[in-house]
Design a protein around this ligand. Structure first.
Ligand SMILES: [Zn+2]
Length: 290
């Protein structure tokens, strides 16, 4: 499943290839994604002014010919989606469901296409007039994990009185967006926090460490993704997702990389959880000293 680093890598790969180009037309080859795709006719001729990201949504801001912000195409890659930028007329792959036809300034016809391929069709494409953040999918989302708003102080305050496990807490998109299961496991290990610790009992220091760890794992994944950007213009359908070297996720029973204790597994809110019983303090601990 594309996680925040993959989505950010996609944004960095796609943006330079589409920004400044005009949306001449589109093909909804299969509009039956998670929600039916409908695009208003008035979008024809608008210009892609910017591609940004909020949580795991890619936001294509469109300008009308008269200038200003017409609105935003909001694209989610779902469980299995990817975006590719290709020359117009490139052969379709199975599961290429939505295609935007793009022309550069002065070109009379589309020369480039942006295609959404999504075998499982959990992805989505929405049109939101004006600011994307007004869309119901984006309303109520927590802060971005790589923003200044995401801090130990913020988490400590948000966790006050909460009995939920710290792992579920940090994976809750209303608390902070984009911390998927793999990254939650890895960040809790780096922070020395037991995944089952109650959110309300973790100390401010523990939260400071958790914020640093979340940012470290996400930045590491984004940096690794940067080496695969060329894949976005290939036709092989490989979006260039990447595997990070992981400390705990997928390593159940193997020795901890820090202390060699066999890693333990549990399930937290139906998601696989792996941790080191030695390095990641007892239930109520706030984190190891180091
Ligand atoms: Zn250990």
């Amino acid at each position: 499943m594309p996680e925040l680093p993959e989505v950010e890598t996609t944004r960095r790969g796609v943006a330079p290839l589409v920004v400044g180009r005009f949306l001449l037309d589109w093909n909804l080859r299969n509009p039956n994604l998670r929600w039916p795709v409908q695009l208003p006719d008035a979008l024809r001729g608008s210009r892609i002014a910017r591609v940004r990201r909020r949580a795991k949504y890619l936001i294509f801001e469109l300008e009308p010919p008269s200038g200003g912000l017409a609105g935003s195409l909001i694209i989610h890659l779902g469980m299995s989606g990817n975006l590719r930028v290709l020359p117009q007329g490139s052969p379709y792959l199975l599961h290429d469901h939505v295609e935007l036809l793009l022309a550069a300034e002065g070109e009379g016809a589309a020369t480039r296409v942006l295609r959404l391929n999504d075998p499982r069709r959990f992805g989505s494409v929405h049109w939101q007039p004006g600011e994307a953040e007004a869309h119901w999918l984006l309303a109520g989302l927590g802060p971005e994990p790589l923003s200044e708003a995401f801090s130990g102080e913020y988490l400590k305050r948000a966790a006050k009185g909460r009995r939920v496990a710290i792992k579920n807490f940090v994976m809750d998109g209303r608390v902070v967006v984009g911390v998927g299961n793999i990254y939650a496991n890895e960040a809790l290990f780096l922070a020395g926090l037991r995944p089952s610790a109650r959110a309300g009992r973790v100390t401010r220091l523990g939260y400071d460490r958790l914020v640093a760890a979340v940012q470290q794992v996400l930045r590491g994944a984004i940096d690794m993704g940067g080496t695969t950007l060329r894949d976005f213009v290939n036709q092989d359908g490989n979006p260039g997702y990447f595997k990070q070297s992981l400390n705990v996720y997928g390593r159940l029973g193997l020795p901890c990389r820090l202390c060699a204790t066999p890693l333990k597994g549990t399930r937290t809110g139906q998601r696989a959880t792996v941790f080191c019983p030695n390095c990641q303090g007892a239930q109520s601990f706030s984190g190891r000293n180091r």
